[in-house]
Design a protein around this ligand. Structure first.
Ligand code: FES
Length: 268
């Protein structure tokens, strides 16, 4: 609380308000929907990762992003583009090299921080609504101090997006050679959205346009920064859209791999 000694001259003491908040709108709706959405997504992803099944469509070389790159001894031959270098233990996901970095990239993302600080930690749940905790140390102490590593997870996410892009290219396949089906459209759509989310990252924006004194002397970086800034204001939407495209891509590959549905083929 501001003491009388430090309060600016003329400023009044805060009114003593007994109510927790004076807001009468549905301020709790956004945190609630965030909890429901993120919990559902994490539950789906966890189940899928530990199913250890239905991740690869042999005929069309579709590989779900949840299992890419497939690097355990359990991986079928065609799906293991980078070799099978980890043992076949159920606790080890097929994509053991990428999933931890993807998780850390999203956990430390500026948007997701806002989302889960407000919804899971109620810190604070909304503007003009009190914090759910007595004290607040922000990101100045362990473990939240680690949020500053986000810029490094961004580099890992770029590599993972490249791998996902390669998977989408390899999927132009059929038993006759080249092929193109609905699965390709879904894989490509997912990769485009993943790139949009990754490039719209605040760290990327800083890498592209930060530490410059004069944009006029760096016209190419200025153009790139303008584009990244345009995407950046849509970062929240892209964060949610990519959760959707990832789940959709995974579910489609699972459904085709399990023979629940056939792939809709346009060519071969
Ligand atoms: S700020 Fe969200 S991914 Fe970097």
């Amino acid at each position: 609380m501001t003491s009388t000694a430090t309060r600016p001259r003329g400023a009044r003491a805060r009114a003593a308000i007994a109510a927790k908040t004076l807001r009468t709108d549905r301020w709790w709706f956004a945190p609630l929907i965030t909890v429901v959405g993120l919990t559902a997504w994490v539950a789906y992803a966890t189940v899928r990762v530990y199913l250890h099944n239905w991740y690869w469509v042999e005929d069309f070389h579709y590989l779900t992003p949840f299992y890419s790159p497939c690097i355990t001894d359990r991986c079928v031959e065609g799906a293991a583009h980078f070799g099978r270098i980890l043992p076949d233990w159920w606790i080890i996901p097929e994509a053991a090299f990428t999933l931890p970095f993807l998780l850390l990239f999203r956990l430390t993302c500026y948007y997701y921080r806002k989302a889960y600080y407000r919804s899971f930690w109620l810190s604070p749940p909304a503007c003009a609504v009190p914090d759910g905790h007595q004290t607040y140390s922000g990101e100045t102490r362990f473990p939240l101090l680690g949020q500053n590593l986000h810029r490094y997870f961004f580099y890992a996410a770029v590599i993972i997006s490249l791998i996902n892009s390669w998977d989408a290219v390899l999927a132009f396949h059929s038993p006759k050679g080249f092929g193109f089906g609905l699965g390709n459209l879904i894989l490509i759509g997912n990769v485009v959205m993943l790139w949009a989310y990754t490039i719209s990252c605040h760290s990327c924006r800083h890498i592209i346009g930060g530490r410059l004194k004069h944009f006029s002397k760096h016209p190419l970086r200025y153009r790139a920064w303008t584009f990244v800034s345009w995407l950046n204001v849509r970062h929240m939407q892209l964060a949610w859209i990519t959760l959707g495209t990832l789940a959709l891509t995974d579910f489609y590959v699972m459904a085709v791999a399990a023979d629940w549905i056939p792939d809709l083929r346009f060519i071969n």
